[in-house]
Design a binder for this molecule. Structure first.
Ligand code: HXC
Length: 297
């Protein structure tokens, strides 16, 4: 077999931007789940390009730490403690953001719930928690954003963070996969309904992008590798992704350079999900990962 290319190009360093400096000067970007993980990484890329940020999370502590980190990058950073399952609280968050910074023109729906579980073990409440946060919470946020822009006659851009198992199904993650499939569909519907009013709606799907806030169980559950090195070698790109690579894609999708892109879901995963579709893990290995014995015994 042909050996892999010896010098696969490395991504640019942290702190470099994918767009001209100041692309987001004067813009307000609201990121749910912006206090940690990929949400914080995306928020950072918007900030480097001049955006003022509203970061939303259930955890005040996480928000405080993230605010300190993000404040050094450029624009102002406002925090809001909010459970996105509560529409009244969401309206208050938008009101507070508007009076502090002005109306957000970009909404990144990044907050999502997930944990691995055999489907049959999911309690009704566990199912509801994941669907309510991931799908319904995304819709509540988007609804508030959309209604305000429609009323004001102003354009806006929504980015919904998705997952490739929205297309393939997600063994061990039935609740999250169903929710993400709903999110993907919402992107396609809203892009058409709100297109004539200047509101773009796109999806953005991360590949394996390890970061300190990602629960180990989710990382391992997604690709049953022994360690990160093995995980990397299974990827078509021979490496895992970097959170900033998602951030660069997000800043492009919401930028003036992507005004004609709507209803699209961009996958930033080095073609890993097509690889996974071809090299399907044996069903018994999925069961083992979930702490179940093989079938037939
Ligand atoms: C089984 C669990 C559970 C677990 C919660 N529940 N965690 N069941 N295993 N690990 C059950 C509870 O027992 C309860 O059901 C119900 O879920 C609600 O739990 P609560 O703790 O009351 O709910 P809540 O605080 O609202 O939410 C908990 C949570 C949420 C759903 C676990 O905190 C969460 O998702 N945190 C992780 C966030 C995260 O890491 N997001 C990144 C996702 S990454 P009962 O019946 O007992 O009342 C991702 C990647 C996808 O999604 C990539 C795809 C390729």
């Amino acid at each position: 077999p042909r050996p892999p290319h010896p010098g696969l190009p490395a991504p640019p360093p942290l702190g470099t931007c994918a767009l001209p400096p100041g692309t987001y000067d004067g813009s307000v970007v609201l990121v749910t789940g912006g206090g940690s993980g990929l949400g914080k990484a995306m928020a950072a890329e918007f900030a480097r390009l001049g955006a003022d940020l509203v970061i939303v999370s259930r955890s005040a502590d996480r928000l405080k730490a993230a605010q300190e980190e993000l404040a050094g990058l450029g624009g102002r950073v406002v925090t809001a403690v909010c459970d996105i399952r509560e529409p009244e609280r969401i309206a208050e968050v938008f009101d507070a953001a508007e009076s502090a910074l002005g109306p957000p023109s970009v909404l990144v729906n990044n907050a999502a719930a997930n944990f691995p579980s055999p489907a049959e073990d999911l309690s009704p409440n566990a199912w509801r928690a994941v669907l309510d946060i991931t799908l319904t919470g995304t819709w509540f946020m988007t609804r508030e954003f959309g209604r305000r822009h429609l009323a004001a006659g102003t354009p806006g851009s929504v980015i919904d963070i998705g997952a490739s198992y929205a297309w393939t199904g997600g063994p061990g993650h039935a609740h999250s996969a169903a929710a993400k499939a709903g999110v993907r569909n919402l992107v396609e519907t809203l892009a058409v309904e709100w297109g004539p009013y200047g509101i773009q709606v796109n999806g953005l799907v991360p590949g394996l992008m390890p970061h300190p806030d990602l629960p180990e169980s989710i990382l391992r559950g997604l690709d049953r590798a022994a360690d990160e090195g093995e995980l990397a070698l299974r990827q078509p790109a021979l490496r895992v992704g970097l959170p900033r690579e998602l951030g660069w894609a997000a800043t492009f999708l919401a930028s003036p350079y992507a005004r004609f892109i709507s209803g699209h879901t961009l996958v930033v995963d080095g073609a890993n999900w097509q690889r996974r579709a071809l090299v399907t893990p044996p069903v018994n290995s999925v069961r083992e990962q979930l702490g179940r014995g093989p079938f037939g015994q």
